[in-house]
Design a protein around this ligand. Structure first.
Ligand SMILES: NC(=O)c1ccc[n+]([C@@H]2O[C@H](COP(=O)([O-])OP(=O)(O)OC[C@H]3O[C@@H](n4cnc5c(N)ncnc54)[C@H](O)[C@@H]3O)[C@@H](O)[C@H]2O)c1
Length: 263
């Protein structure tokens, strides 16, 4: 019960493969109360209602690119909890150019702006909204999910690489301000390839998933294991960890070559 009495908002649970879905389940199991949110368009699939029932939590729709939606979400969440929030998970990613099959050397820049807005700037918008509403308790914790394509080249990840680099930079910059003002920590978790809707949208994902699994001494980290890590980062056991990009990848990021791949 390492999250006993804590209150959090979880973005991005689309279906039971979603990393955010597992995080929601783990947080509630560890004693937290949560509010679930996703883009209004994702609500139409309706699966989130099952999670809401299971975790006894309300669902408040919000397009993470809309300041109006974010303000409504944060205000209503505080009303629901009867106070401020202790933790937030940003588990949002979407590339318009990848979805539409545009090559990296032929990007549509309007789509690219949309990709950045959804996948990275939304993280700033979320924290700025919470900052202005003074919505996070002292020693709170904010986590966003990212991928190692921010540091290394993974050609089919396309403009999502730049999105993740921006996301990680926003975590560091806002982490300074939130840390100084409120002792709130802000981190990103760089997760292994994971079989989810967003993951499988990347070309050649299945082959790449297998490659990363073999390259990593511990194998790919699952969504469930990622949820464990998020839970610890939301808990009081990590109060001085901030402005970090934390690899949760079975060792992949440190490997150069693995003989297992050469056989
Ligand atoms: N799956 C992987 O291989 C992998 C690896 C590393 C990091 N990540 C990151 O993990 C996070 C979660 O992705 P996932 O793999 O669980 O896939 P997912 O498809 O289950 O989750 C992505 C979520 O983003 C939401 N979303 C999209 N546009 C939105 C908007 N405008 N407003 C609010 N929500 C919006 C979707 O509705 C969905 O719930 C993403 O940031 C992703 O980049 C995934």
């Amino acid at each position: 019960m390492i999250l006993k009495g804590k209150k959090g908002i979880i973005f991005g649970a689309l279906d039971n493969q979603s990393i955010a879905w597992k995080v929601a389940e783990h947080c509630v199991k560890e004693g937290a109360s949560i509010v679930l949110t996703n883009a209004p368009v994702a609500m139409r699939m309706g699966e989130i209602n099952g999670l809401a029932e299971k975790t006894n939590s309300p669902v408040i729709p919000a397009d993470a690119t809309s300041l109006e939606d974010l303000e409504n979400l944060v205000t209503k969440s505080m009303e629901h909890f009867g106070g401020k929030i202790d933790f937030v998970l940003h588990s949002i990613g979407m590339s318009v150019n990848v979805r539409k099959g545009k090559a990296y050397t032929d990007l549509n820049y309007e789509w690219m702006q949309k990709t950045f807005d959804v996948s990275a700037v939304s993280f700033h918008k979320l924290m700025q909204t919470m900052w202005k509403l003074d919505a996070i308790n002292d020693w709170g914790s904010v986590v966003a999910l990212t991928y190692i394509a921010a540091q290394r080249v993974f050609p089919d990840y396309s403009e999502m690489a730049e999105s993740k680099a921006l996301l990680e930079s926003i975590a560091r910059s806002f982490g300074y301000h939130y840390g100084t003002a409120k002792n709130v920590r802000v981190n990103t978790i760089s997760q292994s390839p994971t079989m989810t809707t967003a993951g499988q949208g990347v070309k050649g994902f299945t082959d790449f998933y297998g490659y990363a699994d073999k390259m990593s001494p511990l194998g790919n980290a699952s969504a469930d294991a990622c949820a464990d890590y998020c839970t610890v980062l939301f808990s009081d056991y990590t109060r001085y960890v901030t402005m970090q990009n934390l690899y949760h990848d079975g060792g992949f990021s440190t490997m150069g070559m693995n003989p297992a791949l050469i056989q």
